[in-house]
Design a protein around this ligand. Structure first.
Ligand SMILES: [Zn+2]
Length: 607
């Protein structure tokens, strides 16, 4: 296959006449106009017929590589026979072109294809930068590097009640776990489409895309910001209770620093880089900052385990444009990251266990179910098999096990927890990892009891995963449960917890009076608009408000409050003190921040 890749400001084409080998096309393919595209002029050759699968795979890899380098918005596949003098059969050419398109689409790229076998008029404007015109010859034989990688492929098992089972032979009872296993083994059929949380985050006025920033960077409205702050408080509370010391470190690092450069190269291409006098990168996690602090500190065995915590507002990853979506995959995100310096592997395993407990607690507190993967090198597995099985027993559900023939990354073992979204795809949430490399690389040492200097083992733990993904899982969960129960956030995370609805204007003063009595510990507001009670109740439901109280003449005259409880769809009659107590019980032990919007709905901005 020969391809000519042009990074174009625009491409326009229009079909003129059919040749005898023309494919049948719908009307919309008769012409096309594409901006900011990578145009792939393609000729399928005779020798491609021997192994079309390989040729498609290799072509796509090449196209993706160039696409990511030039940062185009979309890909246009354009059949162009003039690139070769040894063309394949038209049937094969059509098949390969169509499959290239389908395969790129399934990976989330925005792809179009010009029709095969038609005379077309076209106009193209080439960008003219160094990478804007590239030609390639694609061969069928796989690259030797790929062969090498194949030999390093992982082995997969499911651990269930102490047994290792081949995933093919496992009887799945939980469809979420099956989705996770299929995804990890590469056999999940991609449903495509936008996950429902994207619509919800906008509709509930939590967050939205910011078109004036790069893709994958969001603006947060007051309600979304409040939820973020509560989640930040929540993780802070969890980790400091375990003895973590919060710190804050820079968001950009000098790639001239050897340790940082090697660590960054391991992470791969998806980095924001910039150059002034130095070559800098924006952090993709806050590991660097913690490591730099630790390497400049004097540590002794008595200090260990030492736990350093940072909430990385923000971390940056240059995810592929086609993969960036809502709160699930972003280019700028906030990750809680706990680093624990451990004296030896024994201490590391002990801490690991505690951190797994914390991860599981977040599942309870968010009312979100996680599926679990344990990944380890084969060496680690054979050395600590009993420990692994004991920890999986504690989780008390089938767990996917990935065994790596040798260590590829800085970790020798890690546990990943994932919620499953509405479309059946995992949302990677908490993680705990055992890092045996960074201690040495970043020159972190501690004084051992015998007077020698040693490199510690370091645990990385995000007890929740990124704050954005927590909100993503909460919203996806409401979409999954739609129809079974009224959608809502946990009460402690609901921006408004209690809405008071005065029936008429004469009830507003009393409504404000009881709202004032609650506001110290409860986020309460009053719908003082001149709307009907019915409309106000519907609006409160649209905002998923957990408790709604209607105030009329009877209530003003001193009778008990009638409260609509969203979670159970119950109606309860309570006096004010008992109601406050009920809400306080519901949110006990969880962080609280006051309402950050005007208490009177009539005074609010419509964002
Ligand atoms: Zn880390």
């Amino acid at each position: 296959m020969r391809i000519l890749l042009i990074h174009a400001n625009y491409l326009k084409y229009k079909v003129r006449d059919k040749t005898r080998i023309a494919e049948d096309i719908p009307k919309e393919m008769m012409k096309g106009s594409f901006k900011e595209s990578l145009v792939v002029f393609t000729a399928i050759e005779k020798e491609d017929e021997t192994n079309p699968e390989a040729i498609i795979k290799n072509a796509i890899e090449e196209i993706k590589k160039v696409f990511n380098k030039v940062n185009a918005d979309k890909i246009v596949i354009y059949p162009y026979a003039h690139l070769s003098s040894s063309l394949s059969s038209p049937e094969m050419a059509k098949k390969i072109l169509k499959e290239m398109e389908a395969s790129l689409k399934s990976e989330g790229f925005n792809v179009s294809r010009a029709p095969f076998g038609w005379y077309k008029a076209f106009e193209i404007s080439c960008k003219g930068h160094p990478l804007s015109e590239l030609s390639r010859t694609i061969k069928t034989e796989p690259k030797t590097k790929e062969l090498a990688e194949k030999e390093l492929e992982s082995k997969w098992f499911i651990i269930d009640k102490g047994k290792l089972i081949n995933p093919k032979d496992f009887e799945f009872k939980n469809k979420n776990f099956k989705s996770l296993v299929d995804y990890e083994l590469g056999s999940l059929e991609s449903k495509g489409g936008e996950p429902p949380h994207v619509k919800l985050m906008k509709e509930k006025k939590l967050a939205d895309y910011e078109p004036s920033a790069d893709v994958g960077h969001l603006r947060w409205y007051p309600k979304g910001r409040l939820i973020r702050d509560l989640l930040a408080d929540y993780v802070y509370m969890l980790v400091t209770a375990e003895g973590a010391m919060p710190v804050e470190t820079p968001i950009m690092y000098d790639l001239g620093d050897e340790a940082i450069r090697v660590h960054a190269e391991k992470f791969g291409e998806r980095q924001y880089r910039m150059k002034n006098k130095k070559e800098l990168m924006l952090r993709y996690a806050c590991c660097f900052g913690a490591f730099r602090i630790l390497s400049d500190s004097f540590l002794t065995w008595k200090n260990l385990p030492a736990r350093v915590y940072e909430l990385s507002t923000y971390s940056f990853r240059l995810e592929k444009k086609g993969e960036v979506v809502g709160l699930k995959r972003l280019r700028g995100f906030t990750m809680p990251d706990l680093h624990t310096v451990c004296r030896d592997i024994g201490q590391a395993l002990e801490e690991f266990e505690k951190q797994v407990e914390i991860c599981l607690k977040t599942s309870e507190d968010f009312e979100v179910e996680y599926e679990v993967i344990f990944r380890a090198t084969e060496d680690f597995y054979s050395n600590y098999k009993d420990w692994i099985h004991a920890i999986v027993d504690k989780i008390d559900k089938p767990t996917l096990l990935e065994l790596l023939p040798e260590r590829k990354h800085y970790w020798i073992a890690k546990m990943d927890f994932a919620a499953i979204d509405y479309l059946g795809r995992p949302i990677e949430n908490p993680t705990v990892q055992i890092d045996v490399e960074s201690g040495e690389r970043f020159n972190i040492t501690f004084l051992e009891e015998d007077g020698t200097d040693k490199n510690p083992i370091i645990l990385h733990c995000s007890p929740t995963g990124s704050i954005e993904r927590v909100i993503c899982s909460l919203l996806e969960k409401t979409a999954i449960e739609m129809g079974e129960r009224p959608p809502m956030l946990p009460v402690w995370l609901s921006p408004t917890q209690v809405r008071i609805i005065p029936v008429a204007e004469r009830h507003i003063d009393y409504s404000m009076e009881i709202a004032e009595k609650m506001r110290d510990n409860i986020r309460v507001d009053v719908d003082d608009r001149t709307e009907s009670v019915g409309k106000k109740i519907r609006d409160a439901a649209k905002e998923w408000i957990p408790y709604v109280i209607v105030i009329g003449d009877k209530e003003v005259e001193g009778s008990k409050l009638s409260v609509n409880i969203r979670k159970t769809s119950e109606k309860k009659t309570l006096n004010l003190e008992d109601f406050i107590l009920m809400v306080k019980n519901e949110i006990e032990g969880m962080p609280f921040r006051p309402l950050t919007l005007p208490m009177r709905i009539s005074e609010r901005i419509n964002f």
